[in-house]
Design a protein around this ligand. Structure first.
Ligand code: NAD
Ligand code: ZN
Length: 569
């Protein structure tokens, strides 16, 4: 997004059926501002309904009228502008809108949109049946069209998820967002800028969430909603310059690649990108070699840098390249999945898989900075998101009871990605991991072991199902239930705490048991017999929520009983 923005308006965008027009009207009323609906303006000026313009004059003509209307609207001050669902896709419109307005996108699931449009069309016979619904498979059409616009909807200042909100609740969210963002845009006044407390370490608009301080390197972790736009600035502040090679997977790159490229170029970096297929299979020596070839071909130098733009897979792979190419290059992590933001991007473990085992080849190599923008999570698939919450909850359960309370009280809003709470949760979770790894950078002193809470059984479940059935976080959630039950069985933990953790995991939609898997398969995958005999399993257990203990003397029969107990009938 542009840095030379002179924001005086609020722009509401989003797909049809997200309530743009009604919300914009209500926001305008609340702020005592003007209101413009660009579709209404077009109808007024051309004297015919939109569907008729499309039919008689064609879409190109409609887009022309739309550009003209948007240009005029952008000349206003203190105006809430509702724009048509496709307007933002046009680069000329976007450029103008972003320069003069804070853009808020209203989101809704395709099913919700279908429901709303259908109801609207049925309820008022004089309403033009929207072209969208005049289709054999309207839901499918909505899904397709929405997916094609998603990259543009992601490129905004703020997103409000409207599925479970009514119009005035959405309007309230928009006003709240504009207040939060107004500090960065003084021309937006006179929006009353109410000071807000955003948690002890975090202010709005992306302050440092925490710092990792290891023996080899100290670096900041920035967490901020919409912070991606400042990536170039933050990199310059970290004294980076030269050519940035962005390494990303196809899913993430198609959504954010051009935006990141633009941000970096605007900050004065040369930019190259290397895009790999998504999925764990890419985290391999084979792909590492392809990337080395690319860097050689582009004459990358030691002062250039690698940007890891993606989930944990990309972080591990790109970090491994950074650690090894030219004996080490600077690198920046831009985590895009929840797992990557709170876990994988912190701690400097980088590497690739070997056919015989995950993460067998790698290094400890800390990045120069980490920048996490929770807004990016709005495009993360639901199952990936849910899985990520397991590590967030884990961080609370092992070290921070107060954070567990925060997660309990706000689960509902957090799962809906409420921007302010989400940002706080990620910042806190990242800070907990940063604190642990700062004390034990290379996993030598055992302090880092507590991060393995829930992971002993999780690895068993993952390996027994060839890493195909569970996402990592899902297995960890089940493993955490196991670890808590084991703690209770050994008389360390009261049953109320076991129930409390279980309830929290469920609130975030995580599994707490499994079915269709034999005990023998799991224990074999855990190499339980061998490890128990050698006392090689260091169980991370709980004494209380927020308090861990490590035990190496856990009897095998207790472990077996607990795993058996996790099997759901
Ligand atoms: N280094 C560490 O300390 C550490 C810690 C935990 C996990 N890991 C590693 O991280 C990997 C798992 O990370 P992950 O869960 O992020 O998996 P991932 O990187 O494979 O991402 C999961 C999926 O989500 C997609 N995706 C990511 N961000 C998106 C976004 N914002 N919008 C849309 N799609 C998006 C990806 O393309 C991919 O399909 C594993 O390889 C694991 O070994 C490393
Ligand atoms: Zn994990």
């Amino acid at each position: 997004m542009k840095s030379d923005r002179r924001i005086t308006n609020l722009v509401i965008t989003g797909f049809s059926g997200t309530g743009k027009s009604l919300v914009a009207k209500e926001v305008a009323r609340g702020l005592n501002w003007n209101f413009i609906d660009t579709d209404d303006e077009i109808v007024k000026q051309s004297g015919k309904p939109i569907a008729e313009i499309f039919r008689q004059d064609g879409e190109a003509r409609f887009r022309e009228l739309e550009r003209d209307t948007i240009r005029k609207a952008c000349q206003q001050l203190q105006t809430v502008i509702a724009i048509g669902g496709g307007a933002i896709v046009d680069p000329q419109n976007y450029e103008l809108l972003v320069k003069t307005g804070l853009i808020v996108c209203l989101e809704a699931k395709p099913e919700t949109i279908y429901e709303r449009l259908f109801r609207e069309a049925a309820g008022s016979p004089e309403t033009e049946v929207r072209p969208l619904l005049a289709n054999d498979n309207p839901l499918q059409r909505i899904k397709q069209l929405k997916a094609s616009r998603q990259p543009y909807y992601a490129n905004v200042d703020w997103t409000v998820h409207t599925d479970d909100l009514n119009i005035s609740q959405v309007a309230e969210e928009v006003v709240r967002a504009s207040r939060l963002l107004s500090r960065a845009h003084p021309h937006l006044n006179p929006l009353p800028s109410r000071e807000r407390k955003l948690g002890s370490q975090l202010k709005a608009n992306g302050d440092v969430a925490c710092v990792v301080e290891t023996v080899t390197q100290s670096y900041p972790i920035f967490v901020g909603y919409g912070l991606l736009d400042k990536l170039g600035d933050k990199m310059k502040q970290a004294a980076l310059s030269g050519t940035a090679t962005v390494i990303s997977d196809k899913n993430v790159f198609s959504l954010y690649g051009s935006r990141v490229g633009g941000i970096l170029k605007e900050a004065g970096f040369e930019v190259n990108s290397f895009v790999v297929p998504p999925g764990e299979g890419t985290k391999s020596v084979d792909y590492a070699i392809k990337i080395y070839d690319f860097l050689v071909e582009h004459r990358a130098e030691r002062d250039d840098m690698i940007i890891a733009l993606g989930g944990g897979m990309i972080g591990d792979l790109a970090g491994f390249i950074a650690a090894t190419f030219l004996r080490g290059m600077p690198w920046v992590q831009v985590p895009t999945s929840l797992v990557a933001m709170v876990d994988a991007s912190i701690g400097g473990k980088v590497g690739v898989n070997h056919p015989e085992g995950k993460n067998l080849i790698g290094a400890f190599y800390q990045p120069n900075l980490v920048l996490a923008d929770p807004q990016i999570l709005t495009t993360l698939p639901q199952r990936e998101l849910t899985s990520g919450w397991a590590e967030v909850i884990k961080h609370g359960v092992i070290l921070d009871e107060e954070f567990v309370q925060f997660l309990e009280s706000n689960a509902n809003k957090l799962t809906k990605l409420e921007p302010e709470l989400l940002t706080r949760a990620i910042a806190r979770s990242a800070a907990i991991k940063a604190q642990v790894v700062s004390q034990d950078e290379k996993e030598r002193e055992g302090k880092r072991t507590i991060l393995n809470y829930g992971h002993t059984i999780a690895h068993g479940l993952e390996a027994a199902t060839q890493y195909k059935r569970f996402l990592h976080g899902e297995a960890v959630a089940i493993g955490m239930v196991g670890a808590a039950k084991l703690s209770q069985r050994l008389g360390l933990l009261p049953s109320a705490a076991v129930d409390r953790q279980q309830a929290l995991l469920r609130k975030f939609g995580l599994p707490t048991g499994f079915s269709g898997l034999g005990l023998a398969e799991i224990t074999r995958a855990m190499e339980l017999d061998k490890k128990v005999k050698e006392k090689a399993i260091r169980w991370v257990l709980l004494q209380d929520i927020g308090k861990v203990v490590i035990r190496s003397d856990v009897p095998q029969q207790d472990v077996l009983a607990v795993i058996q107990g996790l099997a759901e009938p």
